[in-house]
Design a protein. Structure first.
Length: 227
């Protein structure tokens, strides 16, 4: 559908839908088109929620004031809708705005990232790393060629330099390495099944003691060259 529409990028709802279809857990999310709709969806989801701009023209939502976490009441959801739209209109006046995503807030996880890239020599690669400063500043990420074996997935989760940060830490339990490996194997299937996916990023995949939950996902596909 996305290719037929000539779009190179999936919306966040579509991208999270791909994850969900492949058994990667995702935070429940719905697209609101008005402040009242956002309030209704937030109430149905259960507070607190996270609200995010949905726009085909915005890649890094936080950079333009497009993400608000911890929205606690229906009134706040209404106000937050307006605030997010205003922030984005100010930061990116030409951006098309589709609405605001109302998403279940998942608290207390450790941030990891994972994704798919395509290498001209090796083909599809699966990537894993710790989120936040670990990836931005320290570039602590690891790649393996898809399809991943169980050993590959284990080597990725244990092979990053910061792997100890996934252990019990400051009174928090260790995160489930099995859940992370499971998500990486599922991503590997996506990489093999969809050669048109050029790039996919789950950032963050929040890691918990029992599971791992995707809250943000981008997918870029290669469109056939126009004749
Ligand atoms: P972007 O990467 O486009 O700026 P994200 O959707 O990743 O936007 O949101 C920014 C940050 O907000 C995330 O890295 C994460 O720390 C936090 N966050 C986003 N969604 C949730 C959620 N559903 N539950 C908890 N934290 C979230
Ligand atoms: Mg993100």
């Amino acid at each position: 559908k996305v290719m037929a529409e000539g779009r190179a990028k999936l919306s966040e709802v579509e991208a999270l839908g791909v994850c969900e279809a492949y058994g990667i857990k995702v935070a429940a999310a719905r697209l609101a088109k008005s402040p009242d709709e956002a309030a209704g969806m937030a109430t149905a989801t259960g507070f607190p929620v996270v609200m995010k701009i949905v726009s085909p023209d915005i890649v890094h939502k936080s950079d333009s004031g497009g993400v608000v976490v911890g929205v606690a009441t229906a009134d706040e959801a209404r106000e937050t809708y307006e605030r997010i739209v205003n922030n984005v209109k100010r930061a990116e006046p030409d951006a098309t705005i589709d609405g605001v995503l109302v998403q279940q807030m998942v608290k207390g996880g450790r941030e990891t990232i994972c994704g798919i890239v395509r290498d001209p020599v090796f083909g599809p690669l699966v990537m894993f790393g710790l989120g936040g400063i670990y990836v931005e500043v320290l570039r602590d990420v690891i790649f393996r060629v898809a399809p991943l074996t169980t050993a590959d997935a284990r080597n990725m989760v244990t092979g990053i330099r910061g792997s100890k940060l996934l252990d019990a830490l400051r009174g928090q339990p260790a995160v489930s390495r099995d859940a992370l490996m499971d998500a990486l194997r599922r991503l590997s299937h996506i990489a093999v099944d969809f050669p048109m996916i050029e790039e996919m990023d789950i950032n963050p995949l929040l890691a918990f003691e029992e599971d791992a939950i995707a809250v943000d996902c981008r997918v870029r596909i290669a469109l056939p060259k126009k004749a």
